[in-house]
Each structure stands twice: as C-alpha cells, then as structure tokens.
Design a protein around this ligand. Structure first.
Ligand SMILES: O=C(O)CCC(=O)C(=O)O
Ligand SMILES: [Fe+2]
Length: 352
C-alpha cells in the first residue's frame, strides 16, 4: 500500500481534519460492580449510566467487561503476525462471493476504498444464513470460517476470543434492555443461533492521511459492536450535539461499545446508531478488533411493542435480518448501501 491510488481519495467533505477534538465526553463505564457487590442501587446506577450514554452518544467505553486480559492479548498478537505475512500468503484465504469469510484488502465504504486490510470470521462456526438476498428464496446455507496456515495459533486465539466476547455481549445486551425499561433478558432470545462475527482490522501507515480514511463514515448494521482498539487511536465518532468528528482516545484495556441499527429500530429511535469512521496516520500502523453482535438470521427486526404506543408509533417497518444482511454483503463493495436496502424505510442508511 505504498503508492496512494486515487481510488482511496475521499471527497472533500469527507476528508479528515487531522487536528480533531478528543471525545472526552464519551463516558467510561466501569462494570466491576456487576461481578462483585451487585446491589440493587449499584445496578440501577450502572443501567442509568448506560442509558444516558446510548442517548447522548450511541457510544460508550467499558472497563472490567470480564474478558481475561490474556485472551485479548492473544488475539492482538495473532492479528499482528497474520497481517505481517506477505500479500501472497494472506490472499490464500481471500474472501469472495462464494466464501464470504477470510482476508480482504480492497474494502470500499460508499464507493471509496478504505486504507485497511481485514480478516473476518464468525463466532459460531458454521453460521447459518439465507442462501440469497431474494425475499422469496427460503434456502439456507452455511458460512464456514477460513483459517490461515500461519500463524498456526491464530485459529485457537480467535475461537477463544469469540466465545468470550459472545458471553460478555449478553451482559451488555441485558444492561441495555434494562435501560430501555424492559426485562433483563427481553432481547436474549434473538441471539440463539446468532450471526455474530469478528473482524481483525489492520490500518497500515499512510503517506496521505489527510486525503484518505482507514474506514469511511458508516453506521454498524448489527445490534451492538464491541471493539478492542490498540493504543494508536484513529476511531472518530460523529458527536450528536454538533456533528463534529471526535476522536475516541484509547483507554488501556477498555472496550468501545456502540449501538447498531438493530437497537435503533428495536428502541424506536430512543437510541440511535451513530456514524463513525477511522483516520490513519503517516507513521503508525493500527489494529482493532470489533465483535459485531448480530441476531439469528430468521429474526424479524421491528420496534419492540412495549416501546410503541399511540403517541409514539412505530417508526420502522419490519425487516428480516438475514435477508437484509445477504443484500448488504452482495452490494457493499460496489454501490452505496442506501441503494441496496430493500426493507429499511425512511432513508435509514447503513454503511459497511
Ligand atoms: O477500527 C475501528 O476503530 C472501527 C472499526 C469499525 O467501525 C468497523 O469495523 O465497523
Ligand atoms: Fe463500525
């Protein structure tokens, strides 16, 4: 990625301002009280903090999520080792239409190429999804993870991390459910055979950090994203109050959590899925590992009935998660996703 191909250039309005403000305001929430005292008062204050953060930012950081440090260190190490391999080696597990999991280095967001390479795998292997995006086609297929030969310990590190994150994701889901005034486990049933996946992101140093983005502006389409970032920084969140791009300063051993489009729909806009993007820098490479917590493919997503009434009617029509995702995967590299969306009404635009 030495030369900067104009395919990477952002339009003027999307070019990053490199002297961005740091998002001091993104709350850091300590989950240690969940595992220890667990008094009613401690739990309600945690739930209130989470609800406030979801409303104000759509984002929050958590410390003491419960993922063992070793487990995180292991996946970070294998990610470094994997991306350090030659292109030729990495491309042995390239993802394509037939095999949509694996390595990829020509990702586009809204038609502009991202300055990054990725490796994708699902948390449950194999994962069952619709065979096509066609609404009438009832056929299902299995997505099977592709594992590289090197480093040999990558598979185990990834599988352990996936299992751990899935476990901890329920904790966050339950807190969010409570923050919406719903029973703790109201949302859990949607995730039985979930379609969650994990991405290893590598953003190499870039000679033109003012013209390109590691990842263009987008919203996450799943329910929740739980992201581990290294100490380099680069994630920017669009602040709801004034639309400014604000950098999320790395906090050691924390996870950045954001509400995806599904929670926006379930909550009938009480919580919004907020745009974010990644800037790159000229001398440092950066790694991040998002876990996308996504429901089972058969889930029909719609505003929860407890959260709508005559004064606050449903703002979204029902859509099928599996079909929606199949459609998105099909079209993401070529056309903007708003053009591909067949089920989401009211101009809801979802990035990759
Ligand atoms: O790398 C990051 O900080 C963010 C990644 C992200 O937003 C995504 O993969 O959807
Ligand atoms: Fe994202």
């Amino acid at each position: 990625m030495g030369e900067v191909d104009p395919a990477f250039f952002q339009t003027l309005e999307n070019q990053p301002k490199l002297e961005t403000t740091e998002a001091e305001g993104i709350p850091i929430i300590d989950l240690s009280s969940l595992n220890s005292s667990n008094t009613d008062a401690a739990l309600s204050s945690l739930v209130a903090e989470i609800g406030d953060a979801c409303k104000k930012w759509g984002f929050f950081q958590v410390i003491n999520l419960g993922v063992p440090l070793k487990c995180r260190e292991k996946i970070e190490l294998v990610a470094r080792k994997f991306f350090a391999l030659s292109k030729e080696e990495k491309r042995k597990i390239i993802k394509d239409e037939v095999k949509p999991l694996g390595y990829y280095d020509t990702e586009h967001t809204k038609n502009v190429r991202d300055w990054r390479e990725v490796f994708d795998f699902t948390a449950i292997n194999p994962t069952i999804v619709p065979a096509s995006h066609e609404p009438e086609d009832k056929e299902l297929k299995q997505l099977i993870n592709q594992w590289p030969q090197y480093p040999p310990e990558l598979r185990e590190a990834c599988e352990e991390y996936a299992a751990e994150l899935e476990k901890q994701a329920y904790k966050l889901l339950e807190l969010i459910s409570m923050s919406l005034g719903l029973p703790k486990t109201r949302l859990n049933g949607f995730f039985k055979d979930n379609n969650s996946y994990i991405r290893l992101n590598h953003y190499p140093p870039c000679p033109a950090p003012d013209l390109v983005l590691g990842l263009g502006r987008h919203k996450d389409g799943g329910a929740l994203t739980i992201l581990a970032q290294d100490d380099v920084g680069g994630l920017e969140v669009k602040r709801k109050t004034d639309g400014e791009w604000t950098l999320v300063k790395p906090t050691p051993n924390s996870y950045i959590v954001n509400v995806g489009d599904i929670i926006q729909v379930w909550s009938n806009d009480k919580y919004e899925s907020v745009e974010h993007r990644v800037i790159v820098n000229s001398d440092k490479e950066r790694f991040s590992v998002p876990f996308f917590f996504c429901p089972e493919h058969s889930t029909w997503v719609e505003p929860l009935e407890e959260l709508i009434n005559i004064e606050n009617p449903a703002k979204y029509k029902t859509y099928n998660w599996g079909k929606f995702y199949a459609n998105r995967r099909r079209s993401a590299p070529v056309i903007t996703l708003s053009e591909a969306i067949f089920a989401l009404p009211r101009g809801m635009q979802i990035g990759f």
